[in-house]
Ligand binder design. Structure first.
Ligand SMILES: CC(C)(COP(=O)(O)OP(=O)(O)OC[C@H]1O[C@@H](n2cnc3c(N)ncnc32)[C@H](O)[C@@H]1OP(=O)(O)O)[C@@H](O)C(=O)NCCC(=O)NCCS
Length: 188
């Protein structure tokens, strides 16, 4: 069994392991901007949000780095806290579906992004599996844009199921789905 925090080596010499994401926030946001399509204004807003998130108790991050040291993917998350903004937005949707208890004892995946040039090589799968393997909580929750995307396909294959659909975050143009999975995540 892999120990939490132990580095994973990918076939193309990509190393996946803990990173100081506050120190590398600009690199991470450059990856997210390409993967997710963020403009400069959104990057500036996200920068403050990410730095604040990383101060929350239990927040952890893993990165995927190439031999030269460049970051090509990252994931971060934290134990859910019902007072956090994300949790307060999704709570009424989960309550309406009888899934509110998923907000307790749950590890939230806040962001997961892989540089487009490095997608579809198993990096995203390794990042999310490794970070949740290091969680003390028995389950994990996240939100993803409510369309049939590679992200949704990946999450389903890891055991995440829809807990709520068409969830509207203030200022987000697209509705999201909230998904939850028991930990450890399903292996292939
Ligand atoms: C989601 C994301 C992180 C996945 O990273 P990745 O390294 O490409 O993912 P992996 O190679 O580990 O896994 C790919 C999996 O995605 C799924 N997938 C890939 N392309 C897909 C597609 N066109 N349709 C459905 N599922 C697809 C499959 O489940 C695939 O699993 P497989 O290995 O069994 O084929 C990456 O696509 C990404 O950064 N997307 C843009 C940003 C984003 O949407 N982030 C998530 C926000 S919620």
């Amino acid at each position: 069994m892999r120990l939490p925090g132990q580095a994973h080596r990918h076939p193309d010499d990509i190393v996946i392991g803990p990173v100081d994401l506050s120190a590398r926030v600009d690199e991470a946001l450059a990856v997210q901007a390409l993967a997710f399509g963020l403009g400069a204004d959104e990057v500036a807003v996200r920068r403050q949000i990410v730095l604040r998130h990383l101060t929350h108790p239990g927040a952890r991050a893993l990165g995927a780095t190439v031999p030269g040291g460049d970051l090509v993917g990252f994931v971060y998350g934290m134990p859910n806290d019902r007072t956090h903004w994300w949790s307060t937005v999704v709570e009424p949707y989960l309550r309406a579906r009888g899934h509110e208890s998923w907000l307790d004892d749950s590890f939230v995946i806040t962001e997961l992004h892989v540089h487009p040039r490095y997608q579809n090589h198993g990096i995203g799968r390794t990042l999310i599996t490794a970070i949740t393997d290091g969680a003390a909580e028995p389950r994990s929750i996240l939100s993803a844009i409510d369309i049939e995307s590679p992200a949704r396909g990946l999450y389903r294959s890891l055991g995440y199921e829809d807990l709520a659909r068409q969830v509207l975050f203030p200022s987000a143009p697209m509705p999201y789905a909230v998904m939850g999975a028991p930990l450890p995540l399903r292996r292939r």
